[in-house]
Design a protein around this ligand. Structure first.
Ligand code: ATP
Ligand code: MG
Length: 405
């Protein structure tokens, strides 16, 4: 058995010692059987939330009413969830009521797909009531019971299905795909935040090309923020080797750059992307556009972009133009960045205060402007980054500055 299961084993044993059932469930069991890297360990148990809290000294109550308690063990956290059944779904997204039950099989039945509806005990015995192992072999994603019912209960499952297409390289079983096509409009009820999580996972999965095609086939894009009628743009995105992108910033820059919304900020706000990330994407896109005109980096552009932005932009440009050149292009940009006389303002051999003294003028916006001019000269190698040289240059140009500012 793999390490993550060993780490969680004492939790299952402790539950057993108190006469409760406890199993590993969900994605960890699926990934173990697929020999994929195992993510979070989820545990299902017959113990009720109060009982879980009594058994373990360190717990976090994240949703006791739904049966989930986080148990902290050796500085790691594990979700322990009471067997439950869900009934009477509201608004195609949340169950009206959750009832705690005593049967593992019934707990597994409420799960989304057969491949996610398996359990494993501490001995490694698999409990597979819905043919999950067979579907893993066949590489199909199939809902537990009727797909129409399961998608109507919680429409997010439709996006999860396509996300698993991307992560696992599986296909949707015919009935599941047909139900998805029919019920895709129910995605309107799902919060943007939940959609964004799934879409990011989808784009980062190894089989994103097939997943994006499935997204288009089922017209799911029409229910994603700012993606209505963007099939063509999605096809272009799918044609790129997106695996060469390194970060979330890269991914959102690429998506936004290709979708070409009238406002980058408004588009990303629709996706509820954090402001900090939006700012980075805006900067990346500004430089991608500048480079479209300039064709190649200049020292000034590199300096203004800074290392993170320049490398992100170069990755995106290479993925679009010629991914075979990616490493070479990235190394060239790194080299040029390294060769810049200064990397940022803080490396200037003069401060604003010193400039105020030299110029014998009151502080004001002119200081920032003068600093920009000095940076520019230094980057263009027409001025040395050395205090006395800068001082001399400033005094010599004083006259011009008096006129200009
Ligand atoms: P990941 O690798 O992303 O963690 P996962 O399958 O473990 O994938 P989680 O979101 O961690 O997904 O959920 C854990 C388990 O809970 C799933 O495997 C599935 O059994 C069940 N589950 C999660 N979301 C839903 C849902 N919307 N409807 C039904 N069952 C769900
Ligand atoms: Mg998981």
């Amino acid at each position: 058995m793999e390490t993550p299961f060993y780490e969680a084993k004492p939790i299952l044993e402790k539950l057993h010692n108190s006469d409760f059932e406890a199993f590993y469930v969900g994605g960890a069991v699926r990934d173990y059987l697929l020999k994929r890297e195992i993510g979070d360990i989820d545990i299902a148990t017959s113990a009720k939330p109060d009982e879980i809290k009594q058994i373990f000294s360190k717990t976090v109550d994240v949703g006791a009413e739904h049966g989930t308690i986080i148990v902290l063990h050796n500085n790691k956290s594990f979700e322990v969830t009471t067997y439950r059944a869900e009934t009477g779904y509201d608004d195609f997204r949340r169950p009206k009521s959750v009832s705690f039950i005593s049967s593992l099989k019934e707990d597994l039945r409420r799960r989304d797909f057969t491949i996610n509806a398996m359990a494993m005990d501490i001995e490694g015995t698999i409990y597979d009531y819905f043919d999950g192992r067979q579907h893993l072999k066949e590489k199909v994603i199939k809902t537990v019971d009727s797909p129409s019912e399961r998608f109507s209960e919680d429409a997010l499952r439709m996006l999860r299905a396509v996300r698993f297409v991307s992560q696992l390289g599986f296909t949707l079983c015919q009935e599941t795909k047909a139900a998805l096509k029919e019920l895709v409009h129910l995605l309107d009820a799902i919060s943007v935040e939940r959609k964004t999580v799934e879409i990011e996972k989808l784009f980062q999965g190894a089989h994103y090309k097939a997943a994006i095609q499935t997204l288009i086939d089922c017209q799911m894009n029409n229910y994603l923020p700012g993606m209505t009628e963007k099939e063509q743009q999605l096809k272009i995105l799918a044609s790129f080797q997106l695996e060469f992108l390194s970060t979330r910033e890269d991914l959102w820059t690429m998506i936004t750059y290709k979708v070409e919304p009238p406002s980058v900020e408004k588009y990303l706000r629709k996706w509820k992307i954090p402001v900090k990330l939006i700012k980075i994407v805006e900067k990346n896109i500004k430089f991608l556009m500048l480079l479209q005109q300039e064709k190649s980096w200049t020292s000034l552009l590199l300096y203004e972009a800074g290392s993170d932005c320049a490398l992100s932009v170069e990755r995106i440009r290479s993925v679009i133009d010629d991914p075979n050149m990616l490493n070479e292009n990235i190394n060239a940009v790194k080299d040029s960045l390294h060769k810049l006389p200064i990397q940022n303002k803080s490396q200037l051999d003069i401060t604003g205060h010193e400039l105020i003294k030299i110029m014998k003028k009151k502080p004001g916006p002119w200081v920032a402007k003068l600093i920009s001019e000095i940076e520019r000269e230094i980057i263009l190698n027409t001025l040395e980054n050395e205090r006395s040289a800068i001082k001399e240059w400033v005094l010599k140009c004083n006259q011009n500055f008096e006129q200009n500012y």
